[in-house]
Design a protein around this ligand. Structure first.
Ligand SMILES: [Zn+2]
Ligand SMILES: [Zn+2]
Length: 389
């Protein structure tokens, strides 16, 4: 029985994919798990049957568009998009937000290969999203045999990405220069360590992969990004070039616009983010990637490998390891790196306490604290060791 419960809890341990907080968004509900052990069991059975019978291939596809939408239009689009994608077996996580905040759409999907063109033309047909030209879709480097999302969620939010500075859609009209991956590559290769490159992602994303010479923001979520960026740029002349990148581009569209409004005049961002760059280097012969390691993704893949470099270390034994996963004690859910040997030894948990909890030996009584769960003191030390090596 214990074994069954454990399997169920592993299968259903929530991945970062289902944690909107990683982009700085507040979850619609508390993210503290509420499932009982009994429900975990029944859920795991249906999940495993579904994946075994699914032999289709899927392409990870993403895009975003920051555009003004009224509350009514957001609700209209929510239902229109959900029913269309449901019909053609697309799964994913789609956020819609009205113009009073950072409005528009942020869309990540796993699309059956047979439906790729249908999905693209469906979104290209929505007038608001093509106001400034056709949608630039970003596709995963590799197709997957199982979808990288477990279901379809079309969710309305106050902001596509949350910040502490209260931005509205109209504040983001001035946009940075969008550099295609090829142009980005040339400019960075040319400038080397003379380029000022800001990695706009969270600390754990940087740790497993980043561009050479990039500055780490060292934030838990994008929500803290503007303040940290302000302090990093305090001494920088307003006419100096600033390069910035993130996973797919949306964080830079917001942060870059914020910098332009503050008077910085030469802000450049990587169009399509690391995802687009990964595609560019994987297809280009004789191109040495300037990004090293893994590109963390907010879906079931947990990341795409861009180069074979392993930049981070196992949380427990410090062996080279860049696979991020969540503690299998869903009441803890720490996001951390763990090697195969330590995963086996610890039953995919982060600590003896969590291991004993899933074994039913002790009762878990701690309050869930998101920031502690992704970066406890111990992990800070592990990061410091990794940087020092
Ligand atoms: Zn280890
Ligand atoms: Zn744990």
């Amino acid at each position: 029985m214990n074994g069954l419960i454990k399997t169920a809890s592993l299968l259903f341990s929530r991945s970062p994919l289902w944690q909107p907080t990683l982009l700085g968004l507040k979850p619609a509900k508390s993210i503290r798990p509420v499932w009982s052990r009994t429900t975990q069991l029944s859920f795991s059975c249906s999940f495993s049957t579904q994946t075994q019978s699914n032999i289709a291939r899927f392409r990870p596809v993403a895009f975003y568009s920051i555009v003004p939408l009224s509350q009514d239009r957001v609700r209209e689009l929510q239902s229109e998009i959900h029913s269309r994608l449901k019909q053609i077996d697309v799964v994913g996580r789609i956020y819609l937000a009205p113009e009073q905040g950072i409005g528009g759409i942020n869309c990540q999907m796993a699309v059956p290969l047979s439906q790729l063109e249908t999905v693209k033309s469906f979104f290209q047909g929505i007038r608001e999203f093509t106001q400034t030209g056709p949608i630039a879709f970003t596709e995963g480097i590799q197709d997957t045999t199982t979808p990288s999302f477990r279901n379809l969620r079309v969710v309305t939010k106050r902001n596509l990405v949350a910040t502490k500075v209260g931005l509205q859609t109209k504040d983001l009209e001035m946009q940075p220069d969008y550099l295609d991956p090829a142009v980005w590559h040339e400019q960075l290769a040319d400038k080397g360590n003379q380029a000022f490159v800001l990695d706009m992602r969270n600390h754990y994303e940087y740790d497993i992969g980043h561009f050479e010479h990039a500055v780490k923001m060292d934030v838990d979520t994008f929500r803290d990004g503007m303040e940290v960026m302000d302090s990093l740029l305090k001494e920088k002349p307003k006419n100096e070039e600033i390069y910035m990148y993130c996973t797919g581009g949306i964080r830079c569209s917001v942060a870059g616009s914020y910098l332009l409004k503050k008077g910085y005049s030469k802000v450049k961002m990587l169009k399509g983010g690391v995802s687009a760059y990964g595609n560019y280097v994987s297809k280009g012969k004789n191109k040495t990637s300037l990004f090293r390691g893994m590109n963390f993704t907010f879906d079931g893949r947990r990341g795409e490998r861009i180069t074979d470099d392993v930049l981070s270390h196992c949380f427990h034994c410090n062996a080279p390891c860049d696979r991020l996963s969540n503690c299998s004690n869903t009441l803890c859910h720490l996001l951390f790196t763990q090697c195969d040997a330590c995963q086996a030894k610890m039953d995919k948990t982060c600590s003896t306490k969590c291991k004993e909890t899933i074994e039913g030996k002790i009762e878990w009584t701690d309050e869930y604290n998101y920031h502690n769960q992704i970066r406890p003191t111990a992990q800070k030390k592990a990061v410091a060791v990794a940087v020092a090596v």
